[in-house]
Design a binder for this molecule. Structure first.
Ligand code: NAI
Length: 719
C-alpha cells in the first residue's frame, strides 16, 4: 500500500493569499495550506461580522499556522484595498500562486429597510473586494503562467434568502465574475472556481439551526478548497457546493423551451406565449450549456428550424428517451409473461433475443401528440377535453432496426382533418428518428373529437392515411384467447398514457363506464403480440406494420379473442372480440410481416400429430361441402397431452368449416381425447366405441351424433 504521505497534495513553494482568514472558513483554509508547505498570507481586517471595528484576528491565525510548523504572515487590509494585500504577499514571499477570496460580512435586512450603506458595503466587501484583489493578483499570475483563484458564493445567491437581497445579489455576482475570470485565465493556466459553503461560523450562528450547527464544521470544507487550488486540479469555472463532509458540482441548466411563433415571418403574440407557456417552463428535459457559444448555437438551431418551416402550427418535435426498463414495462403492460418461455425475450434485458414488442414504438408519437396543442390547433372551431375525444385508429410501421434503448426524436404532424359530421377526425403522423437520423418508426393516430363536426371540411382521408383492411369473409384460420388482468390498465398506463379514464373510477363513471376502461392501445398491443406469436415466431424484427380501428372499449379482466386470417403478401388480418360479451373491439385490423412463420403448435409449445389430421379433414370438407353439411352437426374436439387440454378444434359441419377452437356458438358434441389416441382413431387402429369404453375418449352432449362422426373420421381422413 502506498503511504499517505507519498500521495499527499503539497503546496511547497506556493504562496497562498486568503482574505478574511482571521476566523471561520478562512482560518481553516490557512491552517490546512500552512500544514502542507504553502507560504500563507493571512488577511483579515478583524472587524465584527457587520464589518465594524478591528482586531488582531489575523495575528492569532498566523501564530496557529506557525505553531504547527508552517509559514505565514498577517495582513490587516480591507479587501477593498486588494492591491495592498497582494503587495504584502509580494513583499513577504515574492509571488502569489493561490488567491482565496473569502472575506465576508452580513447586513441582513428586508428589501425596503436596506440602506444605501448596507447595499454598498456588502457589494464592496464581497463583489468589489474580490474583484480588486483578483485584479491585483492577475498580472503576477499571468506572468508566471500559473494561478488558482477561488470566489466564495452562497446558496443565498443561487436561491435567494429572505432578508438578504444585498448579500444574495453580491454572492450571485461572484459566480458571474468567476465565469469570466475562468475564461480569461484559460490561456495562462489560471483556474478560477467558486465554492458555495455552508458552515458553522459567527456569521451563521443563530441562522443555521443549533442541531445542525455542530455538524457543519468549517474544517470539513477546507480540503475541498485546497484541492481546487492544487496544481493537479484541472477544473475551472465550476461551482462546487460543500458542507458537512460532502461536496457537489452545481449547474445552471436550460430547458428545451418552445418556439413562440409559427413561422419566421410571424410576430410573437402574448396569447401565443400563453398557449405554449407549459412548454416554455417545462424542465423535464434539460441541458447544461458549457459556453456562451453553445447558447448562441442553440438559438441558431431554432432559427434554422423556423426557416425550414419545421415548427408550423401543425407539427411538434419531441425527444423520447427509453431504456430496457421502459421496453419491459411496456411488455408487461400488454400481457407478456414469464410463464410463456417465448415471452422472456420481451422481459429480460440479457436474453440473447431481447427486443421490444413492435407496438412499443407507438409511444413516442403518442406522447408527443398528447403533450402538444396539435389537435386544438387543427380544429380551432371546437373545444374539447379528455371526456369527448376518442382514439379512432392507430397505425404503426417499423423500419430496419428496432432498438431497445436510446433517444428517438419524433416529429408529429397533422396530416388530415376530416369532417365526419358527428365529430372531427384529426389524423397525426409521427416519425421517430434515432440519433443518427435513421427513421425507426412511423405511426399514424386518429383522434375523434365528438361534437366537433359540421365545419364544412372534407370527409375523405388523403391517400397517405393508411386504410383499414376488412376481415375476410371465411372463418378465421386461427383464434386465440387471452384473459386480461383486472390490473391491466393500471400496469399499462405506466408506459405513459396517464389518462384518468383508465384508473380513476370517479372519472370513468362520469364518462359513462362501469369501471375504468382498458387503453385501446393496450388491446392493440395484446392483439398484435398474439399475431406475432402465431405468425411471426415472436420475432419483432419480422414485423413490418399494423393497423387497427378501436370500435368498442374493453374492461380490464375481460377475455380477448383474436381471430386471425392468413392472407397473401405476408399479411395477417385480424379482429379482436371480447369473449364475455361477444363484442368486436378491434376491427379491420392487420399485421404485415416481412416474412410469415407459422407457429407449429398454437398452444402446447410442440407439434401435435393431430394437427395434420385436422388439416386433412379441412381439405376434405372443402372438397365436398354438401356432403359435409349433410351431417349437420358441430363437433368440438379437446385434444389432450399428459392429461391437459392443449388444443381445441371445431368441426362445424353445419356451415362446412373447420377451425382451431374454442367453439364459436354452440357445439352439439364435445369430444376429449389425447393426441396419440386421436391419431389411432383416425388411422382406424382403435374403434371409437372401444376408445369410449376404455375411457380414452370422453363424449359430452349428443352422443348419438358421435356415431356419424366416426364415419367421417374413417372416410374423410384418408391418411
Ligand atoms: P466569518 O465571519 O467567520 O469570517 C469572515 C472573515 O472575513 C472575518 O474574520 C472578518 O473579519 C473578515 N472580513 C470581513 N470583512 C473584511 C474585509 N473588508 N477585509 C478583510 N477581511 C474581512 O464568516 P465565514 O462563515 O467563515 O464566511 C467566510 C465566507 O464564506 C464569507 O464570504 C461568507 O459570505 C461565505 N459564506 C459562508 C457561509 C457559512 O455558512 N458560513 C455560507 C455561504 C457563504
Amino acid at each position: 500500500m502506498v503511504s499517505a504521505n507519498a500521495n499527499q497534495l503539497r503546496y511547497d513553494g506556493r504562496v497562498v493569499v486568503i482574505t478574511g482568514a482571521g476566523a471561520g472558513l478562512g482560518r481553516e483554509y490557512a491552517l490546512l495550506f500552512g500544514s502542507r508547505g504553502a507560504k500563507v498570507v493571512v488577511n483579515d481586517l478583524g472587524g465584527n461580522f457587520h464589518g465594524q471595528g478591528k482586531s488582531n484576528a489575523a495575528d492569532n491565525v498566523v501564530q496557529e499556522v506557525r505553531a504547527a510548523g508552517g509559514t505565514a504572515v498577517p495582513d490587516y487590509n480591507s479587501v477593498v484595498d486588494g492591491d495592498k494585500i497582494i503587495q504584502t504577499a509580494m513583499e513577504a514571499f515574492g509571488r502569489v500562486d493561490v488567491l482565496v477570496n473569502n472575506a465576508g460580512i452580513l447586513r441582513d435586512k428586508s428589501l425596503a429597510r436596506i440602506s444605501d450603506e448596507d447595499w454598498n458595503l456588502i457589494h464592496d466587501v464581497h463583489l468589489k473586494g474580490s474583484f480588486l484583489t483578483t485584479r491585483a493578483a492577475w498580472a503576477i499570475m499571468k506572468k508566471q503562467n500559473y494561478g488558482r483563484i477561488i470566489m466564495t458564493s452562497s446558496n443565498s445567491g443561487i436561491y435567494g434568502n429572505f432578508g438578504q437581497a444585498n448579500y444574495s445579489a453580491a454572492k450571485l455576482g461572484l459566480i458571474g465574475l468567476a465565469n469570466t475570470v475562468a475564461i480569461e485565465g484559460a490561456k495562462n493556466n489560471i483556474k478560477c472556481n467558486v465554492i458555495v459553503p455552508t458552515a458553522a461560523s459567527r456569521m451563521t450562528e443563530g441562522i443555521i439551526p443549533e442541531i445542525l450547527f455542530n455538524e457543519l464544521k468549517p474544517k470539513l470544507i477546507a480540503p475541498v478548497v485546497a484541492y481546487l487550488c492544487h496544481e493537479s486540479c484541472e477544473d475551472t469555472g465550476a461551482i462546487i457546493e460543500s458542507a458537512a463532509g460532502w461536496a457537489t458540482k452545481v449547474h445552471f441548466v436550460r430547458g428545451k423551451g418552445s418556439i413562440l411563433r409559427t413561422s419566421i415571418d410571424e410576430n410573437v403574440t402574448p396569447e401565443y406565449v400563453k398557449s405554449v407557456w407549459d412548454k416554455v417552463t417545462d424542465m423535464s428535459d434539460t441541458k447544461h450549456l458549457n459556453t456562451i457559444t453553445d447558447a448562441s448555437l442553440a438559438l441558431a438551431d431554432v432559427l434554422e428550424k423556423l426557416r425550414e418551416g419545421k415548427f408550423g402550427e401543425n407539427s411538434v418535435t419531441e425527444s423520447f428517451k427509453f431504456n430496457f426498463k421502459d421496453v419491459i414495462l411496456y411488455a408487461l403492460g400488454v400481457g407478456a409473461t414469464v410463464t410463456d418461455e417465448n415471452d422472456l425475450r420481451f422481459l429480460y434485458e440479457n436474453h440473447p433475443d431481447f427486443s421490444a414488442i413492435p407496438t412499443f414504438f407507438i409511444l413516442p408519437g403518442l406522447l408527443s401528440v398528447m403533450g402538444s396543442n396539435l389537435t386544438a390547433t387543427a380544429i380551432p372551431h371546437a373545444s374539447f377535453d379528455l371526456t369527448n375525444i376518442l382514439h379512432g385508429e392507430q397505425y404503426i410501421e417499423l423500419f430496419d432496426s428496432v432498438p431497445t434503448d436510446g433517444i428517438l426524436t419524433t416529429t408529429s404532424t397533422v396530416i388530415d382533418v376530416l369532417d365526419k359530421k358527428s365529430g372531427a377526425l384529426v389524423i397525426t403522423q409521427s416519425d421517430s428518428y434515432d440519433v443518427n437520423g435513421t427513421l425507426i418508426a412511423r405511426s399514424q393516430s386518429s383522434t375523434f373529437v365528438v361534437g366537433a363536426g359540421n365545419f364544412n371540411g372534407k370527409s375523405k382521408a388523403s391517400p397517405e392515411v393508411k386504410p383499414l383492411v376488412p376481415n375476410p369473409k371465411r372463418s378465421p384460420d386461427t383464434s386465440v384467447q387471452i384473459k386480461t388482468s383486472r390490473d391491466q390498465a393500471a400496469l399499462y398506463r405506466l408506459s405513459g398514457d396517464l389518462n384518468p379514464l383508465h384508473i380513476d373510477p370517479g372519472f370513468s363513471t362520469i364518462a359513462g363506464y362501469k369501471i375504468p376502461i382498458l387503453h385501446g392501445l393496450c388491446t392493440m398491443g395484446i392483439s398484435v403480440k398474439a399475431v406475432l406469436k402465431n405468425f411471426g415466431a415472436d420475432d419483432s424484427s419480422l414485423f413490418r406494420a399494423a393497423k387497427v380501428r378501436f370500435s368498442k372499449p374493453v374492461l380490464p379482466g375481460q377475455t380477448l379473442r383474436v381471430d386471425m386470417w392468413k392472407e397473401p403478401n405476408n399479411r395477417i388480418c385480424f379482429r379482436t372480440v371480447v369473449v364475455e360479451t361477444n363484442t368486436e373491439v378491434l376491427s379491420g385490423a392487420y399485421v404485415d410481416f416481412k416474412k410469415i412463420v407459422v407457429k407449429p403448435n398454437m398452444t402446447a409449445g410442440k407439434d401435435l400429430q393431430s394437427d395434420a389430421i385436422f388439416a386433412a379433414i379441412k381439405e376434405r370438407i372443402a372438397e365436398d361441402e354438401a356432403k359435409a353439411k349433410s351431417i349437420n352437426a358441430v363437433f368440438h374436439y379437446k385434444i389432450t397431452d399428459a392429461g391437459k387440454v392443449v388444443k381445441e378444434w371445431v368441426i362445424d359441419l353445419k356451415s362446412a368449416k373447420l377451425y382451431e377452437g374454442p367453439v364459436q356458438g354452440k357445439a352439439d358434441t364435445t369430444l376429449t381425447i389425447s393426441d396419440a389416441d386421436f391419431v389411432d382413431l383416425a388411422l382406424g387402429k382403435i374403434q371409437p366405441q372401444a376408445a369410449f369404453m376404455k375411457g380414452k375418449l370422453k363424449i359430452t352432449g349428443n352422443i348419438m351424433l358421435a356415431q356419424k362422426l366416426s364415419s367421417i373420421m374413417k372416410t374423410e381422413a384418408k391418411l
